[in-house]
Design a protein around this ligand. Structure first.
Ligand code: G6P
Length: 601
């Protein structure tokens, strides 16, 4: 949520800042701005809209300088317009700030500063920061002034500050990620390491309550108590190709087609001779009484599938909660509970807070996270990295199938510890899974043809049962997110208790009806829709004469073990949503109002 990029070195700052904004645009894209120092002057250009607006702004070509900061915004306080765009500057234009997060006490700080004569221009919470820094910047370093300012601030921030006379960037973090990149006589700052990989692989992840003073010669990090922190330089295991679209039209399509590899990477080294190898350093794993799976959005859907998997295989009760609900409902968590935080980004504010809450209550915690070194990964006692590779499209695809794969591994691991018997065939199917994911992708052309028939519909229902009910939820969510078509996912039998009232000859219903233990029941549900003249799109993995009568259109999935079916079944639905949005000519990788990484509550 909001992307920050900074550069200080000997090269022109603008191309680096604009390139960085383009890489970070998935974090927010309603306005963007840059600020570069030149001859004791701050040159600021801001625009409403996507990064392309600022890239094409003629004023950008006039900017020179080798030190600057930039920001791409996802609006919280104040509508997306040029004034509310970051960087924010003080009245004398000597200090500029970019901020990601929310300043919760900004009202009271603003009142206080206004009484002292500071003049506000924007409606944002972030603007208080620049005036606070100005207030404290008296006979001290810029870093000390930022630290003093932050002592008054409640809420979350990842921020960067520059002063017109200093070739340095001050960065500070509480709750919103920041990573520093080290070059030769140059340094970079970004919300996400993917923006840095073009320039350097040597990075330092700033931790919560740390402040960094960055110039082209050295980096100094202190905690908020003013104590020096030693620099922990890590090597990025990321290649430039991983963050480029290549020949694909959209990142989302690339990521859908990457799934044979991403699923394989999630499995690699963890499955051998029907045994699961996970390095979970948890005390008393045998005495776990209950698991609580928490996540948001798509990650919550994989949690729902995880419940089926773990309860069925390991025979341990599982609860699933939206992270945002869990953290505020005073959950009853006890010592032998294991709380699993599921997150692609590892930065979702609610999931992070839920994990922290669980730890406070004495539970063991595991993170199922994609982004290495992210906050949730660091916070949890132990974890399973997804290794899906960078996911840039805002709508999650490959991270979802890797999450479900990781939950499968966790279920099998717990089953083994508990002495629960697992059919040998499941392990064979699991080894074969990347191949089946590849097979299901060969259905893409047919999915596109079906999408062509339905892309003008205004509403959809997605129905599934059992372990494929969350797949129906995910199918509906994908469609909503990128095509702006209203879609609802339901357990197929529940359809009779309300949604059936919506069915008429214009309403398409997508049925997930691959052969499993609930197959015959779902065929009955289909008949109920057909009787009301609803259009039926059936996702199947076997030819059934009954379906040729009932279904208007058929999409093929693969035959696999029921426990693995959510992984192969979700892929045609990702493609379906993608093709519908593409046929509608929408900006698939940057759907309106959304952001990839939600670092605010
Ligand atoms: C946002 C994204 C979703 C994602 C959710 C949770 O809403 O747009 O695609 O599922 O956040 O993100 P996480 O990184 O925690 O999985």
């Amino acid at each position: 949520m909001c992307g920050i990029i900074g550069y200080v070195g000997n090269n022109a700052a603008i191309p680096i800042l604009i390139g960085g904004l383009e890489s970070l645009e998935y974090r927010g894209y309603d306005s963007a701005g840059v600020c570069v120092l030149n001859k004791s002057e701050l040159q600021v250009v801001k625009n409403k809209g996507k990064v392309i607006e600022i890239k094409n702004d003629k004023r950008i070509n006039l900017i020179e300088g080798v030190c600057g900061i930039a920001h791409t915004r996802w609006a919280t306080h104040g509508e997306p317009n040029e004034i509310n765009a970051h960087p924010h500057t003080n009245s004398s234009n000597s200090i500029a700030v970019v901020h990601n997060g929310i300043i919760e006490n900004y009202h009271s700080l603003k009142r206080l500063l206004e009484k002292e004569g500071y003049i506000f221009r924007s409606e944002t919470d972030s603007e208080v920061l620049v005036h606070l820094v100005e207030k404290f910047y008296r006979n001290c370093s810029l870093g000390s002034a930022v630290l003093e300012a932050l002592r008054l601030v409640e809420g979350t921030f990842g921020l960067a500050v520059v002063h017109k006379n200093k070739n340095e960037i001050i960065a500070a973090r509480r709750g919103s990620p920041l990573v520093i990149g080290l070059g030769d006589n140059e340094a970079f700052l970004a919300s996400d390491a993917t923006a840095l990989v073009k320039y350097t692989k040597r990075v330092i992840y700033l931790k919560d309550n740390e402040i960094a003073i960055i110039n082209n010669k050295e980096i100094h990090i202190k905690n908020f108590d003013g104590e020096n922190v030693s620099l922990n330089v890590e090597n990025l295991k990321l290649e430039v190709e991983q963050i480029e679209k290549g020949s694909y039209k959209h990142f989302m399509l690339k990521e859908i087609f990457e799934q044979p590899d991403s699923v394989k990477r999630t499995l690699t080294g963890r499955l051998k001779n029907s045994r699961i190898k996970l390095s979970l350093n948890l005390q008393d794993i045998r005495s776990i009484q209950r698991l609580i799976l928490v996540g948001c959005g798509t990650s919550w859907h994989s949690a729902l599938i995880g419940k089926y998997l773990i309860e069925n295989m390991a025979k341990i009760p599982v609860e699933v909660d939206y992270a945002s609900e869990f953290r505020y409902r005073r959950p009853l968590v006890v010592r032998n509970d294991l709380v699993v935080g599921i997150s692609q980004s590892g930065e979702t504010a609610d999931t992070l807070a839920a994990v922290r809450e669980a730890k406070l209550l004495g539970a063991n915690t595991i993170g199922l996270v994609n982004v290495v070194g992210s906050s949730i990964a660091r916070e949890c006692d132990s974890g399973i990295y997804l290794h899906a590779g960078p996911e840039i499209g805002v709508a999650s695809t490959k991270a979802f199938t890797s999450q479900v794969t990781a939950l499968l591994l966790l279920a099998l691991y717990l089953a083994e510890i508990r002495g629960e018997k697992i059919e040998e065939n499941l392990f064979r199917e699991l080894e074969n899974l990347p191949k089946q994911v590849k097979e299901v992708l060969s259905e893409a052309d047919n999915v596109r043809k079906v999408a062509e028939k339905y892309y003008k519909s205004s509403n959809f229902i997605f129905l599934g049962r059992g372990i494929n009910y969350p797949v129906a939820l995910e199918g509906a969510l994908k469609l909503k997110e990128i095509s702006y078509i209203h879609a609802e996912g339901y357990p197929a039998a529940e359809m009779k208790h309300g949604p059936i009232a919506l069915v008429d000859e214009n309403m398409p219903t997508v049925f997930i009806c691959t052969k499993d233990s609930t197959y015959d029941k779902i065929i009955s549900n289909m008949q109920e829709i057909k009787a009301r003249k609803g259009k039926i799109i059936a996702l199947v993995n076997e030819i059934d004469p009954r379906l040729s009568v009932l279904a208007d259109d058929v999409i093929f999935s693969q035959k696999t073990d029921e426990f693995l079916s959510p992984i192969v079944n979700s892929i045609p639905l990702q493609l379906f949503a993608y093709f519908i949005a593409d046929l509608k000519g929408l900006d698939i990788d940057k759907p309106r109002n959304l952001a990839k990484s939600v670092t605010i509550e």
